[in-house]
Design a protein around this ligand. Structure first.
Ligand code: DC
Length: 220
């Protein structure tokens, strides 16, 4: 089994690049942000997702699963496929909130580790190279300037028909970066042995090619 950990801030292109790299390598692609999003989805209609004392007791009612069909990941919340529902800006905000709660991270921890025990994976997230898979054969820290990341996410969401403004998305990116990097548990940071790839001035194709090159070099 080979594990490739790809971490970095929101909108750096992690999911698109990780998915393409996994396809090229014939590995499973696991998007761990979807797990936090699924938990947020459950919490937000019931309690304040930022309130640990409300969220933690409800974890007993939650079952999150990842399933793979033709290489595509689907995320299930209590048996229901929520893969599409978890992609709204509202869920993004609440996913960031629940991800700051240590019990939520613990709750999702073994699911992520087990996946890498039984499959060669490209796994993306915030703490994959530092906490979840500290012994991953390849670690990449993927980043880009906030404005560039916001522009990409804005395009992605408007293409899906969501009504959002660029200012809204930029504010959301900056806020989430701050929360992800400064939270007490498993903050977003580059692992010491990770290769940093900055995609600010790269097209998607160039970014994918760079990441695949890093993986192949590391594989030897
Ligand atoms: O990558 P994303 O935007 O789908 O992630 C949603 C939120 O989940 C994000 O605010 C940070 C959090 N997250 C995390 O804390 N650890 C991970 N491994 C993946 C995501």
């Amino acid at each position: 089994m080979i594990s490739v950990a790809i971490d970095g801030p929101a909108g750096a292109g992690k999911s698109t690049i990780a998915r393409a790299a996994a396809k090229e390598l014939g590995f499973l692609y696991a998007d761990t942000g979807a797990l936090y999003r699924a938990v947020a989805c459950y919490m937000m209609s019931r309690v304040d997702p930022a309130d640990p004392s409300a969220v933690v007791p409800l974890l007993d009612e939650v079952s999150v699963e990842l399933k793979f069909a033709e290489g595509e990941q689907r995320v299930f919340l209590n048996g229901e496929d929520v893969s599409d529902r978890i992609r709204t800006p509202e869920v993004s905000v609440h996913a960031s909130e629940v991800s700051q709660i240590p019990q939520v991270r613990q709750f999702l921890f073994s699911l992520q580790q087990d996946l890498a025990k039984t499959n060669s994976v490209v796994m993306d997230g915030r703490d994959i190279g530092t906490v979840v898979l500290p012994h991953a054969e390849v670690k990449i820290f993927l980043t880009a300037d906030p404005e560039v990341r916001a522009r990409r996410r804005f395009r992605e969401l408007t293409e899906k028909g969501l009504e959002v403004t660029f200012e809204e998305i930029l504010a959301d990116v900056v806020k989430r970066d701050d929360a992800d990097m400064h939270r007490a548990v498993s903050p977003l940071r580059q692992a010491e042995d990770a290769v940093r790839v900055d995609t600010t001035d790269c097209s998607l194709e160039e970014s994918i090619a760079r990441v695949i090159r890093v993986i192949r070099e590391k594989q030897g």
